[in-house]
Design a protein. Structure first.
Length: 172
């Protein structure tokens, strides 16, 4: 009997590991040269502690970022210069939002929520590649850093704290 229970227990323990409960993006593919609505899914707090701040780093090549306000949370953006100038519907754009921060709210560990922003994926991004949005989740006690970007030939599933990412598709 113990032999028949062991595989089920192993599977249950494996499924409960943090690697399967990380912050992800709802839409995991998007074409370059167009708008992308990023919906960050936050399934838990930090080891039982409530989430009180979400910070997302905007990768190079993602411009015109407009975050969605969230009732009960303070929204701020960090702006800076881009490494290059990008064409945004005929307008050269060389600076903008580089980080979005939601803070001051409280998302208990037993609840789920989403944090949203709209952006433009510039035509200079490479279709077929993955683009990652590192996220730092601060809690009342502790911090989870979803910032690991997979090395060439690796997958997000190979990491304990992977950054949420999308696969870039050819321009439509």
């Amino acid at each position: 009997m113990l032999k028949s229970i062991l595989p089920a227990l192993a599977l249950a323990a494996f499924a409960a590991t943090p690697a399967f409960a990380h912050i992800t993006l709802e839409t995991q593919e998007a074409p370059v040269g167009g708008t992308y609505k990023a919906v960050l899914r936050v399934p838990h707090g930090c080891e039982g502690s409530a989430t009180v701040k979400i910070r997302v780093q905007i990768p190079e090549g993602v411009i015109a970022v407009k975050p969605m306000p969230k009732p009960g949370w303070t929204l701020e953006t960090v702006k800076g210069k881009y490494a290059a100038s990008y064409d945004y519907y005929g307008t050269p754009t060389s600076e903008g939002v580089t980080e979005v921060v939601w803070s001051g709210g409280k998302l208990p560990d037993e609840f789920y929520d989403e944090f949203v922003f709209r952006s433009y994926l510039t035509a200079g991004l490479t279709p077929g590649k993955h683009l990652y949005f590192p996220v730092v989740q601060e809690c009342e006690t502790g911090t989870d850093r979803w910032i690991e970007i997979p090395a060439e030939g690796k997958d997000a599933d190979d990491y304990e704290t992977p950054a949420p990412g999308i696969k870039l598709l050819p321009k439509k």
